[in-house]
Design a protein around this ligand. Structure first.
Ligand code: ARG
Length: 415
């Protein structure tokens, strides 16, 4: 009997070539597994294609609900943005895929799991660290890392083996999509001086072609999870899809990121993530009234840690559990509604309210009804400034040469 291998199959060129290549090179049976994380493909066609390439079985697993519940929403609660920009759509999908691939491999009695990633990207790291953590004895195969073909050679291999190719010369991009966003690289984008050609974008309107009238949208959160749009309750998948539509129509969510990959190279990736950008912005605006100053500052640090950990493929680490516990706890009072104005590529928060809001009008107001005791400020400032005043008397002012103690950008002191 031939050995069985489970292959993570997207239906794209590399994984289609991989089905053939694995059969030819290793004489194995390939079981193709395609995971639906909202990539909106014709999955029936993908399945047919896998079988046509010679896969002995082709499975499509609908993982959208788990993806939103266990990956997308926790990342939203964390405001996770890699290097402050990338909402991590691709990165978040990989650990879920690793889990489903392992489950399938065990159920099918397969001896190995294969993926179509090259040796230059982050996704190989995420898949393999994930698989290794869940099934330490499972063999892993990475044909695209092994075969050493250039993109052109891969395409030639595909043509020679009658594998249909979706990538044309006109659209040379490498694309990964799911509910949380679209990642686009290669082609003209490899030159960081080149403006992304218009055909890169398919989820978002160009801001100059976006509607000439602004649209307002109200997003309601419960404990940091979006539950309703414009007062209408919606389940996760539908809500994220709706946000992608609305924000995309107004040209929101385009990201041009020179990012630092795990494998040590800088790369340029374009992202379209209308829902992610809008929801994270709205969520942050709500947190601004529901969390204390200290909570907000601490959470920013945790947020950076979470984003790095997700990007770096360390989802199944205990640190992730620990950080998630903190994030979850931080969301207990993050309930309320945020009003956002969408217009020509910009989302602007124009209103926020919460039953737990810490914003206190009688403390903040400059009008009547003011409860803030201005007399208290005097003593407070005396103590607050005491160390600075003390230091200035001893160290700064006696320095007659430099009474202001200020340095210019060239290092020269202002006299
Ligand atoms: N750079 C992104 C990441 O590492 C996306 C990777 C996949 N991109 C692609 N165009 N196929 O998460």
């Amino acid at each position: 009997m031939k050995e069985k291998i489970v292959l993570a199959y997207s239906g794209g060129v590399d994984t289609s070539v991989a089905i053939k290549w694995l059969q030819e090179k290793y004489n194995v049976d390939v079981i193709a597994v395609t995971i639906d994380v909202g990539n909106e493909k014709d999955f029936a066609a993908v399945k047919q294609k896998a079988l046509k390439m010679g896969a002995i079985k082709a499975r499509v697993i609908d993982a959208k609900e788990s993806f939103v519940k266990y990956f997308v929403y926790p990342a939203l609660q964390a405001n996770a943005l890699y290097e402050g920009q990338y909402p991590l759509a691709t990165a978040l999908s990989r650990p879920l895929m690793a889990k489903l691939l392992v489950d399938t491999a065990v159920a099918e009695g397969a001896s190995a799991i294969a993926h179509g990633c090259t040796g230059k990207g982050n996704d190989q790291v995420r898949f393999e660290v994930g698989i290794n953590s869940l099934a330490p004895d499972m063999k892993i195969m990475a044909p695209a890392r092994e075969w050493g073909m250039t993109r052109e050679q891969t395409i030639k291999y595909a043509l020679d083996h009658e594998i249909p190719i979706p990538v044309t010369k006109k659209s040379p991009y490498s694309i990964d999509e799911n509910l949380w966003g679209k990642s686009i690289e290669c082609g003209a984008l490899e030159d960081p001086w080149t403006e992304p050609p218009a055909d890169v974008y398919t989820w978002t309107k160009s801001p100059d072609e976006a509607p000439a009238k602004p649209q307002y949208v109200e997003i309601t959160f419960e404990k940091g999870i979006p539950t309703a749009i414009d007062g209408k309750e919606m389940p996760g998948i539908a809500l994220v899809q709706r946000m992608n539509e609305i924000a995309g129509r107004h040209g929101i969510g385009r990201i041009d990121h020179i990012e630092n990959r795990v494998v040590g190279i800088k790369s340029r990736e374009i992202y379209e993530a209308p829902a992610a950008v809008l929801l994270i912005q709205a969520h942050q605006a709500l947190e601004a009234i529901c969390l204390s100053k200290d909570q907000l500052r601490f959470k920013q640090k945790v947020s950076v840690e979470c984003a790095d950990l997700i990007y770096n493929g360390l989802w199944f680490s205990q640190l992730n559990r620990d950080l998630s516990a903190y994030i979850l706890s931080s969301q207990r009072y993050v309930t309320g509604t945020v009003r956002v104005k969408l217009f020509k590529g910009n989302a602007t928060v124009v209103g926020r309210k919460s039953p737990w809001s810490l914003y206190n009008l009688s403390l903040a107001t400059y009008d009547k009804g003011d409860k803030f005791n201005q007399k208290d400020a005097e003593g407070f400032i005396r103590l607050w400034g005491l160390p600075v005043k003390t230091q200035a008397q001893i160290q700064l002012l006696p320095d007659k040469e430099s009474p202001l103690g200020i340095m210019g950008p060239d290092g020269e002191e202002k006299k």
